[in-house]
Structure formats: structure tokens, C-alpha cells
Design a protein around this ligand. Structure first.
Ligand SMILES: CC(C)(COP(=O)(O)OP(=O)(O)OC[C@H]1O[C@@H](n2cnc3c(N)ncnc32)[C@H](O)[C@@H]1OP(=O)(O)O)[C@@H](O)C(=O)NCCC(=O)NCCS
Length: 156
């Protein structure tokens, strides 16, 4: 992240409006925001928020289980999901910092392989992920459309 005052912390119930804003900007559904905050507080699906100047401007989640065990199996494989940064805070390294933070959190939970997925047309996300060493390994349909999957070993 840049020298501007910024922190990454666990999501709090009061973050709901900011999370909705992030997801609206990204073109994603917002209905799940309250359930996700609850799932983070219970430890089931941890979510963290990046603050810039005291405002929540970015988020990332760690999905520990997915219907596809290659994506997250509740053991050594987990997925970084829901990465989003408000346009007003873009290109300051916050998306990269959130991804690296999620990696550290995953490692501390015993995760050995992290996966990610995004639309094949999302050049910004792909550049960010490939820049951090994630490699493409498959494309598949998800509920929201075609997804390209990337993964990275945390053991190297
Ligand atoms: C993708 C996203 C998270 C990037 O967040 P960000 O904080 O602006 O990204 P960073 O400043 O950390 O950028 C890290 C790298 O990502 C790439 N990148 C980020 N935005 C980019 C853009 N608009 N165009 C091309 N590359 C981009 C660059 O390689 C960049 O490195 P550099 O700045 O050293 O060139 C943000 O644009 C976003 O929330 N988009 C909508 C939701 C989304 O697509 N989420 C991720 C996929 S599910």
C-alpha cells in the first residue's frame, strides 16, 4: 500500500453500507452482505476491510469451502473471493495489499494452495493476480457466468 494512512482489519457490522457500495460498483449482488458479515464474525467465512483515511474502501474474503473441492476443500485449499476496491481509492496498491493479507491469513490457517476466480475479461484483476504469481488452470461456468480460475502454492 502507499504511504497514505491505511489499515486492513476484520469486517464489522457497521461496514454494511460500504460493502454494498463496493459490490454495487463491481456490478455484484448486494443481498448477501449482512449474511457475509455474520459469517465473518463467526469465523466461517472471514472478511477483511481496507480503510483509507478512516473510510472503508476495499474488502476481501477467504472462502474455506466450495462445492468444487479443487477451489476450496475446507483443508489445505481455500479461495480468495469478493476482492473489491472503490474507484475513488483505485491504483494505490490496496487490491494487491488485500490479496497479500488474505494469503497471510490463509497460511496461518494451514492453507497450502490458494485459488481465485474472475471473468476472463477482467484484465485489471488478472494483471493483479498474475503479478502476485497466480497461474491460470481452468475455465468453468459459475452461477454468475464464465470464470477463469487461478491458483498459487503458499508453500514455495
Ligand atoms: C481489480 C481491483 C480489485 C484492483 O484494485 P486496486 O486497488 O485498484 O489495485 P492495485 O492498485 O492494488 O493494483 C495492483 C495491480 O493490479 C493491476 N491493475 C489494477 N487496476 C488495473 C486496471 N484498471 N487496469 C490494468 N491493470 C490494473 C496492475 O497490475 C496493478 O499493478 P500496478 O499498479 O503496479 O501497475 C479493483 O479494480 C476492483 O475492485 N474492481 C472491481 C471488482 C473486481 O474486479 N474484483 C476482482 C475480481 S473478482
Amino acid at each position: 500500500m502507499t504511504a497514505e494512512a491505511s489499515i486492513i482489519r476484520p469486517v464489522r457490522p457497521g461496514d454494511a453500507p460500504a460493502l454494498r457500495r463496493m459490490r454495487e460498483e463491481a456490478g455484484w449482488d448486494v443481498e448477501k452482505v449482512p449474511a457475509w458479515i455474520a459469517a465473518s464474525l463467526s469465523g466461517e467465512r472471514p472478511t477483511w476491510v481496507a480503510e483509507l483515511g478512516g473510510e472503508a474502501v476495499g474488502m476481501v474474503s477467504l472462502e474455506l469451502v466450495d462445492p468444487d473441492p479443487e477451489v476450496a476443500d475446507g483443508l489445505g485449499v481455500a479461495a480468495v473471493t469478493s476482492l473489491s476496491v472503490l474507484a475513488t481509492a483505485a491504483r494505490r496498491g490496496i487490491g494487491r495489499a488485500l490479496t497479500v493479507f488474505a494469503e497471510d491469513q490463509a497460511r496461518a490457517r494451514g492453507v497450502r494452495v490458494l485459488t481465485l476466480n474472475t471473468r476472463p475479461t477482467n484484465g485489471a484483476a488478472l494483471a493483479l493476480y498474475e503479478g502476485l504469481g497466480y497461474r491460470r488452470w481452468k475455465e468453468q461456468e459459475r452461477s454468475w457466468g464464465r470464470a477463469v480460475f487461478l491458483r498459487k502454492s503458499l508453500c514455495e
